[in-house]
Design a protein around this ligand. Structure first.
Ligand SMILES: [Zn+2]
Length: 171
């Protein structure tokens, strides 16, 4: 039996529980946008009409979400001012994450609608760094040494990196 060490996988249980306890009609991302509730400390940066947060349930270190402050549920509801803001922030996030984490690639995208896997209806763009070696069933079963960054450390790194990148990009 191989001993498992330094294996930390963020649990979804607390998040699911927390979400389930929310009164109907209340939106977790609207709460973040308004700066209320218990998830505000996930916030990384704010720019224009958008907010960048750590993902509530990070798939990988550096997994962020970019979402509009106002509640929309479909990218077609974004107006002509919001589209270019989001495009800019998406590319800025790719730059920041590339510089901070040096991933091998990214997944970037939306889940629109519950059937597509959107657990939160409020539109949010996922930017997920991908690494050559990631946590998989084989890794877990083989007892591989896997270290996933502490979310508090991720937040600290990304807050600083985004603040710097946003400042530079404003000229
Ligand atoms: Zn909302």
């Amino acid at each position: 039996m191989v001993r498992r060490r330094n294996l930390f996988v963020p649990g979804k249980t607390e998040y699911v529980k927390e979400k389930a306890s929310r009164p109907p009609g209340q939106c977790i991302l609207c709460d973040v946008a308004r700066g209320v509730g218990d998830v505000v400390n996930l916030e990384i940066a704010r720019e224009g009409d958008f907010i960048i947060t750590l993902n509530l349930y990070p798939y990988n270190p550096g997994h962020v979400m970019i979402f509009p402050a106002r509640h929309v549920e479909d990218p077609r509801e974004l107006d002509r001012d919001e589209h270019p803001q989001l495009a800019r922030l998406q590319n800025l996030a790719l730059d920041v994450l590339a510089a901070e984490y040096g991933p091998a690639g990214f997944n970037v995208g939306y889940n629109v609608g519950a059937a597509a896997g959107a657990s939160i209806p409020h539109l949010h763009l996922h930017v997920v760094p991908r690494y050559p070696r990631e946590l998989g069933v084989v890794d877990v079963l083989s007892g591989a040494k896997i270290v996933i960054e502490d979310p508090v450390e991720t937040r600290r790194r990304l807050r600083a990196a985004f603040a710097d990148a946003l400042k530079k990009s404003r000229g």
